[in-house]
Unconditional design. Structure first.
Length: 282
């Protein structure tokens, strides 16, 4: 596990190859911004994006290559696939001309397996499947990555640098874990945001003005998350530190921790998301 300013900064600041980013939407754009912030030269980046933003146009004036002809791009060091999984069957095979003996393909497409990539490209290609999450946009994401057997140590280090630019990185050897990863951390930010919505609604139902309830819920969840991030204590201990016996927090937790409470509800939610991830992967 690394922070975005450690390994990534050293590796990207000294990088002299070519990174091809396919798709510069929210996640792809966040990764690009992080790479450049860590010192990756714009001249080392090729972006393939059918709807380029004004920011991409400005980067092109600094040397970033935007939508060049595939024949104009020499062998890529890494190809990062950040397009929607629905369009992958049409787009991924067109990237074959960019592959070389040392190219590693990094996919952050949800549900698209290493087997899909090998079928769409070339079976001998080094490939990594990864699942980031949206806090990557502020450098606080976490990504889980799984390589195929053709990824060398040097390629793994490059991929790690690219991913760690937006937060922490964990590696697994078993691709079957990626569906549960998607359900917990990939989809997880939505669960947290919904918690804020639900807490806001509950506060308003208890009599708070809606705007005040929203402000309290948002600040409480974001502040508690930062406390959890900075504290060496585990979540259970932090929870217990807030809970006085017989007090208001204990009364609420009696509801949330009931046999049919939050733990069981979250378990059902993660199971549902895991199942859906498997369905999308085919």
């Amino acid at each position: 596990m690394t922070t975005p300013t450690a390994h990534g900064a050293r590796a990207l600041g000294d990088f002299s190859g070519t990174i091809v980013l396919v798709g510069a939407g929210k996640m792809g754009g966040a990764m690009l911004d992080a790479w450049l912030a860590l010192g990756l030269p714009p001249t080392s980046v090729v972006v393939i994006e059918p709807q380029p933003t004004r920011e991409l146009g400005l980067l092109a004036s600094r040397g970033l290559r935007l939508n060049p002809s595939p024949t104009a791009v020499r062998e890529a060091s890494a190809i990062v696939l950040a397009v929607k999984p629905q369009v992958a069957p049409a787009i991924v095979p067109t990237l074959v001309p960019l592959l070389g003996p040392s190219t590693v393909v990094l996919s952050i497409m949800a549900g698209r397996t290493l087997g899909f990539l090998e079928g769409a490209l070339a079976q001998h290609t080094a490939m990594v499947r990864a699942m980031p999450n949206t806090p990557a946009a502020i450098g606080r994401g976490i990504t889980v990555a799984v390589p195929n057997v053709r990824v060398s140590q040097r390629q793994r280090e490059l991929v790690h640098a690219l991913l760690s630019a937006t937060g922490m990185v964990e590696w697994v050897a078993d691709e079957a874990l990626m569906d549960a990863v998607t359900a917990v951390s990939g989809s997880g930010p939505a669960y947290v945001f919904y918690l804020v919505e639900a807490l806001t609604f509950a506060g308003a139902a208890a009599g708070l003005p809606p705007e005040l309830s929203a402000k309290l819920a948002r600040a409480t969840v974001s502040g508690s998350g930062e406390l959890l991030n900075r504290s060496p204590l585990d979540p259970a201990t932090l929870r217990q530190n807030v809970t006085s016996p017989g007090g208001t927090t204990a009364a609420a937790l009696d509801v949330l921790m009931a046999p049919d409470g939050l733990t069981q509800l979250m378990n059902r939610a993660v199971i549902a998301a895991t199942r859906r991830s498997r369905e999308l992967a085919g």
